[in-house]
Design a protein around this ligand. Structure first.
Ligand code: NDP
Length: 483
């Protein structure tokens, strides 16, 4: 039986005029659900439903808001195996990754439930004797969350959980190709006792509903993760409409392998960073800058590893690399591999000639070398299982190349020299630095975000999430002195 999905506005399921199949990227001739797509009217109703729900949710004691998040976490935890299957089936990451991501969302909900018990303000000594002077963090109001497909439950969790925990109401537009995972997440929150309207799910194409959401006068904030092009366009429109904006965009994350590195460890972590989730992570390792003395050995070992990673059905537990998430994504990554061929790159492993898996959007883990640092393959976000290796003559050259990008999300360094490691942590322009660890893989209780064109607005996750989702109100209180 085909699952039918619709938007949820003010607690009511809403269907639009057009339907769209939710495809399985491993077998695109099959689908996992059918979606009734929202248009601008439903999007506008979602904003109105959220605005109507705001005062009651804001005035719900913060610990009670936290209880709702905790109950939702318990429901998702109990359903993690089922949700993981659905996520893997519509997005293409492996079942282990998909269940792991669902558990990550559970942990994030619990973390932000805990944050509702933390202090929400500060008191100050006033220059006036009778004045009690304090400042509190208050919610913003209606928050629009626009989320991508590559982490279809964890990224929504790290936006929606803090938004709700701190008293905001949310209109959520997930990526078009992951509506089933989005529905699971929203339903768990409703079943946990979230009032209708505090979260509204809009299943519609970004191109159709985006402008209505981000330029709406009743929207107070927009938090977005996705491509730079869409993020910048949203920023302009939302800022013009007076909303606060937070963007998490792309990355072209370097891993630097110095000559003294533990090569076995470096190969394993670069492989994980570049190929897990088929490289479709903003934090993925995409450029590997290897000191010349160990370049050949590293390249050989990484290529050997890439060839051993099974590509295939994400539900098969032997699979380490599932399909790319969509036809569009496959075409984008294929385009970069064709460009690499035109530029006479050495394909050390994988590549277009090594494609397997009939019909699905599969590409093997691919290792490239011999490209100039100016190549678009080396400079632009690919979002596929592709690592480009470049030799470097020194630490200084490695840092220079690592920083030679408009992005600045994550960076990794592999070395046994603690001084060099700490120097790299200082010298590299990235919001997250990993030393002897893959560039991807984040903990949820610490700040996450990038420098330069990778992010805009305050950081996500951890305690600092409060910075974006709240605003200060300062209160000067002169009480009547006792008679
Ligand atoms: P997009 O930036 O197009 O999509 C991200 C989100 O924005 C989706 O929910 C999308 O909805 C929505 N959106 C699209 N257009 C608009 C609009 N005009 N107004 C409001 N919302 C909109 O990314 P893609 O999915 O097209 O991926 C393209 C590339 O972006 C990838 O190859 C990768 O390089 C990068 N990317 C980066 C991510 C990251 O984590 N930083 C995550 C995903 C992609 P809809 O799905 O309906 O179009």
């Amino acid at each position: 039986m085909t699952v039918s999905l619709g938007s949820i506005v003010g607690g009511v399921v809403r269907g639009g005029a057009e339907t769209s199949p939710d495809l399985n990227p491993a077998q695109p001739d099959t689908h996992v659900a059918v979606v009734s797509l929202a248009g601008p009217e439903i999007a506008a109703e979602a904003v109105a439903a959220a605005a109507a729900a705001f005062a009651a949710w804001r005035d719900t004691p913060a610990p009670a808001r936290g209880d709702v998040l905790r109950r939702a976490a318990d429901l998702l935890d109990a359903r993690a195996a089922e949700i993981g299957r659905d996520l893997a089936s519509e997005e293409g990451k492996t079942l282990a990754e998909a269940v792991g991501e669902t558990k990550r969302a559970v942990a994030i909900l619990r973390y932000f439930a805990g944050q509702t018990l933390e202090p929400d303000g500060e008191t100050y000594a006033s220059h006036t004797a009778q004045t009690f002077l304090y400042a509190r963090r208050e919610p913003l109001g209606v928050v629009v969350a626009i989320t991508p497909w590559n982490f279809p439950i964890a990224i929504p969790a790290w936006k929606i959980a803090p938004a709700l925990a701190f008293g905001n109401v949310v209109v959520w537009k997930p990526a078009e190709i992951v509506p089933l995972t989005a529905s699971h997440f929203a339903v768990a929150l409703y079943e946990a006792g979230l009032p209708p309207g505090a979260l509204n799910l809009v299943l519609g194409r970004g191109s159709a509903v985006g402008d209505t959401l981000v330029a709406h006068p009743d929207v107070d904030a927009v938090t977005f993760t996705g491509s730079n092009a869409v993020g910048h366009a949203i920023q302009l429109k939302a800022t013009e409409a007076g909303a606060k904006v937070q963007l998490e965009l792309g990355g072209k994350n370097p891993a630097v392998v110095l000559a003294d590195a533990d090569l076995e460890l470096a190969v394993e972590h670069v492989g994980r960073g570049a190929f897990l989730s088929a490289g479709q992570k903003c934090t993925a390792t995409s450029r590997v800058l290897v000191e010349a003395a160990v370049f050949d050995e590293f390249a050989q070992r990484l290529s050997d590893l890439a060839r051993t990673w099974p590509v295939g059905d994400p539900l098969d537990e032997r699979t380490k690399v599932g399909p790319l998430a969509s036809q569009a994504q496959l075409e984008t990554v294929t385009g970069y591999l064709e460009l690499a061929a035109e530029e006479s790159a050495d394909v050390l492993a994988g590549g277009l000639d090594d494609r397997q898996g009939d019909g699905g959007y599969f590409l093997p883990p691919t290792v490239l070398a011999g490209l100039p640092a100016t190549s678009r393959v080396v400079r632009e976000e690919i979002f596929g299982p592709v690592a480009a290796l470049l030799p470097v003559g020194s630490y200084a050259e490695a840092v220079e190349l690592a920083n030679d990008t408009p992005y600045g999300l994550t960076a990794a360094v592999f070395t046994r020299d603690l001084g060099r490691a700490l120097a790299f942590a200082r010298d590299v322009r990235a919001g997250v630095v990993k030393i002897n660890q893959e560039s991807a893989g984040l903990e949820f209780h610490v700040p996450f975000g990038g420098m330069r064109d990778s992010s805009s607005g305050s950081r996500e996750q951890g305690k600092v999430a409060r910075d974006f989702f709240t605003q200060w109100k300062t209160v000067y209180l002169d009480a009547e002195p006792p008679a």
